[in-house]
Design a protein. Structure first.
Ligand SMILES: [Zn+2]
Ligand SMILES: [Zn+2]
Ligand SMILES: [Zn+2]
Length: 174
């Protein structure tokens, strides 16, 4: 049987429809360009009624983020699906920035690149994943954590003695 082009006789064709569909898919991800300090798009964070908690679910994994704090605006949040494997360059946010840069996508910071705790402009902060143990905030080291922050080396050292620190810089959504 002869196949008839379903667009035959119309003033638009399959190519045009495909292009519109691609644009729509694209727009779905760029509608909210914000990326959280955990290294994943704000759109990936959802409130789950049954658990009465926020969850962050980038593709194929779940992230323990409880902060939902935008730190970047990016061209495509799909570049930000990495998993934190440590601090600094091994943090999901750093990995996402690298992927984004490789693709030539634009990124801008929406927070000052200062230590979230002391905000000292003379310090060069690193990216750290943190968790609460009792009343103390400690570094997770090689795993993703519910809190993620730019923290200077001095404050990072002080985390070992949390009595020295206030954590007002670390927002929580629960
Ligand atoms: Zn997050
Ligand atoms: Zn996350
Ligand atoms: Zn500091």
């Amino acid at each position: 049987m002869e196949t008839v082009d379903p667009f035959d006789g119309l003033d638009f064709d399959l190519e045009e429809v495909k292009k519109i569909k691609e644009e729509q898919d694209e727009r779905r991800w760029i509608k909210d360009p914000r990326v959280c300090s955990c290294g994943h798009g704000i759109v990936r964070h959802k409130f789950v009624e049954s658990r009465n908690a926020w969850v962050c679910e980038p593709a194929r994994m779940s992230c323990p983020c409880k902060q939902k704090e935008p730190v970047l605006e990016v061209q495509d949040t799909r570049d930000f699906l990495s998993k934190t494997k440590g601090h600094g360059a091994r943090h999901a946010l750093a990995l996402g920035i690298a992927i984004s840069q490789n693709k030539g996508h634009w990124i801008r910071w929406t927070v000052d690149k200062l230590c979230f705790i002391c905000k000292d402009p003379d310090e060069r902060p690193t990216l750290v994943a943190l968790k609460k143990v009792g009343d103390n905030m400690v570094e997770t080291f090689e795993e993703p954590g519910p809190y993620n922050a730019l923290i200077c080396q001095r404050c990072r050292q002080n985390l070992k003695n949390p009595a020295n620190l206030g954590y007002e810089g670390l927002r929580s959504v629960d």
